[in-house]
Structure formats: structure tokens, C-alpha cells
Write a protein that binds this ligand. Structure first.
Ligand SMILES: Cc1cc2nc3c(=O)[nH]c(=O)nc-3n(C[C@H](O)[C@H](O)[C@H](O)COP(=O)(O)O)c2cc1C
Length: 130
């Protein structure tokens, strides 16, 4: 199984509809058995994708071709024995939600590799402070 983590930046001038991205992601990811976590702070995305190699690669190819964001940088791309982000088709966290995003990220990454967890927690902390 493959796990891919990347960061990207919202394209300037795009007013992104995060709910629409989530709806698309959940529909496709449920079909393809891809799971993961998407964190969006209003400017940058941090996303983990997990699943069978071919399914993750296909999802990432579509995501890379999406003009709503740019400057995609793969932070980690590894083989995993089992899913680390649970069974969510695409869990979602953003700062300023009623349930604090950092708490949510801590919960959602509890089973993840230490490095990957630190990436998400660091991102959520910096974004909260910003
Ligand atoms: C930050 C970001 C994350 C995305 N994550 C996913 C995803 O996990 N799965 C997915 O299928 N599409 C995702 N998308 C949307 C894809 O880029 C693409 O628009 C979509 O897969 C097209 O599917 P559709 O033709 O079924 O609408 C994401 C887009 C952005 C900007």
C-alpha cells in the first residue's frame, strides 16, 4: 500500500470552494478505496493519500492537474503496511472550526508515522498562530 503526502498553494484569484473539493474527493476516493486527510488553512493545502499504489497514483495525477492550486511538493511517499489515517474517504481539518483544528489533527494522525504526524501537527500549529 502507498501513502503520499504533499503540500500545495491555492492559486491566487481562485476562490476555492473547499466543500466542493471535499465532495469530489469523497466520491472518487470512496470508489477507489483511497483514504486520507486534507488540511486547508485558506492558503495552503496539506494532504495525505493512502491506498493501493495505482489508485493513489491516479488520484494524485488528477490532483496535480487541478488548476485551483499549484506548487505541489511531495513531502513523503512511502510504502505502508496498513492505513494510518483510518477509513475516512477524506477527513478534513481547517483552522477556526468549532472543534479546534489542532485537536482534530492530533486525533486523526494518532496512528500515523511519527514524521508524517509531526508534519501535520506542525502545519496545524503554525497556521493556528498565523
Ligand atoms: C487540494 C486538492 C485536493 C484534492 N483531493 C482530491 C482527492 O483526494 N481525490 C480526488 O478524487 N480528487 C481530489 N481533488 C480534486 C481533483 O483535483 C479533481 O478535480 C477531481 O478528482 C475530478 O474528479 P471528477 O471529474 O469526478 O469531478 C483535489 C483537489 C484539490 C485542489
Amino acid at each position: 500500500m502507498r501513502q503520499l503526502v504533499y503540500i500545495s498553494t491555492l492559486r491566487r484569484g481562485e476562490s476555492v470552494d473547499a466543500e466542493q473539493i471535499l465532495a469530489q474527493s469523497r466520491r472518487n476516493n470512496a470508489r477507489d478505496r483511497v483514504t486520507g486527510l486534507l488540511f486547508f488553512d485558506g492558503k495552503r493545502f496539506l494532504q495525505a493519500l493512502e491506498g493501493e499504489e495505482g489508485a493513489v497514483n491516479a488520484a494524485f495525477a488528477r490532483i496535480q492537474a487541478d488548476a485551483r492550486h499549484y506548487a505541489l511538493v511531495v513531502l513523503s511517499n512511502r510504502t505502508i503496511a496498513s492505513r494510518e489515517f483510518g477509513e475516512w474517504a477524506m477527513a478534513y481539518a481547517k483552522p477556526g472550526e468549532a472543534a479546534d483544528a489542532l485537536d482534530r489533527v492530533v486525533r486523526l494522525t494518532a496512528e500515523a508515522d511519527a514524521g508524517v504526524r509531526a508534519t501535520f501537527e506542525g502545519f496545524a500549529k503554525v497556521r493556528r498562530a498565523a
